[in-house]
Design a protein around this ligand. Structure first.
Ligand code: UFG
Length: 340
């Protein structure tokens, strides 16, 4: 069964391609390589023995996108990752984010409609909940006004998919990720941010390996036990596995309604300092970090209520924090050794 993975050479995309291939799916990747490299398909081949087909073009190009679906109308499902994801950059360049993230989604949905491809899994985010009033946050929590254009593209994308579903035979699943970290156990694929990382764990591992001087901890005066913000960190392989289950659920017609939403988190929150200390423990080295002022737009704390996903998808995040940071560290070391 053929699955299209957009953004399949990216961080979450590449891990999902591996899990799909492990379950016997045939994977086609479309990626414009704006934030990733074509070499990833070779790494995937090293892991699974199968090189996925990669077509390099921009999904913002309607003609190319619809043309792709016409050539591949036997696709059973689409998993749509391809999008820009830097919160800060989206504030500075909102139109870049709206154009890229929304136009590509619309082109995909048009391609699907025109060729009878019915199933789409969408890469959404817990950012749609903002700072939730109640914790843990379930799928029933209200959507809060987005803090950034990036977050807004996730909210609008969910609306675009829902409205399209209402007017067509398409069905969709939105997966709202909490904070994906870690890397594949082989250390052949992992998170490779372009330039200076925005996210905590890549910044930690790049500091430890000597690329960055010091990690800045953005604030320790939050109303949390140790004063630093709390997030629900989830291993990227656990996350990837949920996508395979979601796409299978659609293909097997097991959905309860045409648009479903699931939280993907562990249900457990960790503070920034707890993540740092877990890293120091598993790596056996002290991390150079300093407490500085708060980062604008950061929420205090959020963690998932994953019980609906656990029950409906029969899926549960299995890997704990130590394993997550250990795998991220193993990947960082392997990548830097290979790319000296
Ligand atoms: N942090 C630091 N120093 C850093 C980087 C991060 O202290 O150098 C802290 C942040 O202040 C925050 C925590 O580490 O408290 C996690 O920050 P990340 O940037 O790793 O993750 P966020 O929770 O801010 O962002 C994630 C996703 C976004 C999504 C957002 C929604 O990366 O895509 O959640 O809240 F929009």
């Amino acid at each position: 069964m053929k699955i299209l993975v957009t953004g399949g050479t990216g961080y979450i995309g590449s891990h999902t391609v591996v899990e799909l291939q492990n379950k016997g799916f045939e994977v086609l990747i479309v990626d414009n390589l704006s934030n990733s490299s074509a070499e990833i398909v070779e790494k995937i081949k090293k892991i699974t023995g199968i090189k996925p087909v990669l077509e390099v073009f921009d999904l913002g190009d309607r003609e190319k996108t619809v043309g792709f679906f016409k050539r591949n109308s036997d696709i059973k499902g689409v998993i749509h990752f391809a999008a820009f994801k830097a919160v800060g950059e989206s504030v500075e360049k909102p139109l870049k984010y709206y154009r890229n993230n929304l136009v590509s989604l619309m082109n995909i949905l048009e391609g699907m409609s025109e060729t009878g491809v019915q199933n789409i899994v969408f890469s959404s985010s817990c950012t749609v909940y903002g700072q939730p009033d109640e914790l843990p946050v379930s799928e029933k929590a209200p959507i809060k006004k987005a803090e950034s254009p990036y977050g807004n593209t996730k909210q609008i994308s969910e609306d675009i998919i829902l409205d399209t579903i209402k007017a067509s035979d398409i069905q969709g699943i939105a997966l709202r990720y909490f904070n994906p970290i870690g890397a594949h156990e082989t250390a052949l694929i992992g998170e490779l941010p372009l330039g200076v990382p925005n996210n905590l764990v890549p910044f930690i591992t790049q500091t430890a390996i000597g690329i960055r001087d010091q990690l800045k901890v953005f604030g320790n005066d939050y109303p949390t036990p140790d004063g630093t913000p709390i997030r629900d960190y989830i291993h990227v392989v656990d996350l990837a596995k949920a996508h395979v289950i979601a796409v299978n659920r659609m293909i097997m017609n097991s959905m309860k309604k045409p648009f479903e939403v699931f939280n993907l988190g562990t249900g457990k929150g960790y503070s920034v300092l707890e993540v740092i200390h877990a890293f120091e423990k598993v790596s056996g080295q002290k991390l150079n970090y300093k407490i500085v002022g708060r980062r604008e737009g950061d929420i205090i704390q959020v963690w998932a209520d994953p019980s609906f996903s656990n029950k409906e998808l029969g899926w549960k995040a299995e890997k704990g924090l130590d394993e997550m940071v250990a795998s991220a560290w193993k990947w960082e070391k392997a990548y830097r050794a290979e790319n000296k």
